[in-house]
Write a protein that binds this ligand. Structure first.
Ligand SMILES: [Zn+2]
Ligand SMILES: [Zn+2]
Length: 441
């Protein structure tokens, strides 16, 4: 089993005195406190590199922390090891006869799963095992608010259908599962001490990203992007940490739709995590369009780039995802910003790729935007949080500034294609701080 030291819990009797030492004398940053009501504990996390110290304050005499201090005085209470697979870890310990406090993993803070090992087994140390199965990108949603307001249940990875009404149009956010991409690459020039507050990295430094195609139902039924699809092999799945246990097939069915219902498919751009689902392999092994009745629409410049990749973008452009569409005669290339169906138009943003486009949806005086990789997750809302993958980051910056201004003025419902938790929300700005408020479905 591989494990990373997640944090060291320290039982604190006099919080003010503890802060005077850890915060003031040592000069460490202390995060806003988090209340764990069920345990009668308030936790103050102190980031130290990859790990944290957790100052634990009892909020009631019944608290285990209060009892611990009464018995032994303040001091180190537990250490927490983060593991990839807590079920496997617990099974392994049981097989070796190690005494556990929790026989089965249970729910911990922020959607994690935890299990305590008895100090008798761990030579006098209370050991907590933790599987951080979820990304903490909701932190971005509640940025500027107290951490207490984060609802742990809302932290879970969201892979279900989410429906929104926009005037006469119905917007249905689907999910093609999750991939894991390098956290450093996802946040470009933003240093890890900052981005790691908004996204938990695994032991390969990867963060969890969803793939969320969007259905627009109006005059016709349109799908925007289609996720990764099912053509990639085990090696690819390992590199990108693909989890498609719930995928587009499931969420389409959950939305009451089938592949035959899709009449138009629009591509934001042709990277594999957006265009992979455009095609599928049939029983004979031939790659063919996945949506048999659909007309596919892509930007001509993007098509040119995708069919003539260079060293920098080759890994992202897989020909099988879109060349079979042209071969089948179902691909239409557009040169300019234009209306695709009533209420839906494409607008080039550039930046991520030269011809990357977003999709603007308008009905009943309301606007929604599918911004794709312009703002891939809610954590990317601040201007300088730009992916290292972007070929033209200064263009991303300009396009993002322009879009956010518009989004604030017009109260645009923004779809975040890669956010693991929040499918859509509203960008807010208060006292120079930008955050995203998740939209009610
Ligand atoms: Zn991309
Ligand atoms: Zn992407």
């Amino acid at each position: 089993m591989k494990a990373i030291l997640d944090h060291i819990g320290i039982a604190v009797k006099d919080l003010a005195a503890a802060l005077a030492f850890y915060r003031d004398a040592l000069g460490l940053d202390v995060e806003p406190p988090e209340d764990v009501a069920s345990q009668h504990v308030r936790a103050h996390f102190v980031p130290v590199g990859e790990s944290k110290l957790e100052l634990l304050e009892a909020t009631s005499p019944e608290s285990a922390i209060a009892k611990y201090i009464e018995k032994r005085g303040p001091g180190i209470h537990h250490i927490t090891l983060r593991v990839d697979d807590i079920d496997a870890a617990v099974a392994q310990l049981k097989a070796r006869g190690a005494r556990l406090i929790d026989d089965q993993p249970r729910e911990g803070a922020e959607g994690s799963r935890i299990a305590f090992v008895h100090p008798g087994a761990a030579h006098g140390v209370l050991v907590e095992l933790k599987q951080a199965a979820v990304s903490s990108q909701l932190a971005a949603v509640s940025d500027g608010l107290s951490a207490i307001s984060r609802a742990p249940s809302a932290m879970a990875l969201e892979s279900h259908v989410q429906q929104y009404k926009l005037g006469n149009l119905e917007l249905i956010s689907l999910c093609d599962g999750f991939i894991h991409l390098d956290g450093g690459a996802m946040f470009g020039t933003v240093p890890k001490p900052l981005w790691s507050r908004r996204a938990i990295a695994d032991d390969r430094n990867r963060i969890t990203m969803a793939m969320r195609p969007l259905i627009v139902r109006g005059a016709r039924t349109m799908m925007i992007d289609a996720g990764l699809g099912d053509k990639e092999n085990a090696k690819f799945h390992d590199i990108y940490g693909v989890d498609r246990s719930r995928n587009l097939d499931h969420t389409l069915a959950e939305a009451g739709l089938s592949v035959e219902d899709i009449e138009i498919v629009v591509a934001s751009h042709l990277h594999f995590d957006h265009a992979g689902g455009f095609t599928t392999r049939d029983a004979s092994g031939r790659v063919r369009p996945r949506f048999p009745r659909a007309q596919y629409i892509a930007r001509r410049g993007e098509w040119e780039d995708a069919t003539h990749p260079h060293e920098r973008n080759r890994a992202s452009y897989l020909l099988d995802n879109y060349v079979p569409l042209a071969d089948a005669g179902v691909l239409q290339l557009v040169d300019e910003d234009q209306t695709i169906m009533p209420g839906v138009k494409v607008r080039r943003t550039g930046g991520h790729t030269m011809h990357h486009q977003m999709i603007l949806i308008e009905s009943g005086g309301k606007t929604a935007a599918f911004v794709a990789d312009l703002i891939p997750t809610t954590a990317h809302a601040p201007d300088p949080w730009i992916m290292g993958y972007d070929l033209y980051p200064m263009d991303t910056l300009a396009a993002k500034k322009q879009f956010v201004k518009e989004a604030l003025e017009k109260e645009i419902l923004v779809f975040f294609e890669h956010d693991p938790v929040v499918a859509a929300g509203y960008i807010r700005e208060e006292n120079g701080k930008r955050r995203v408020e998740a939209a009610a479905r």
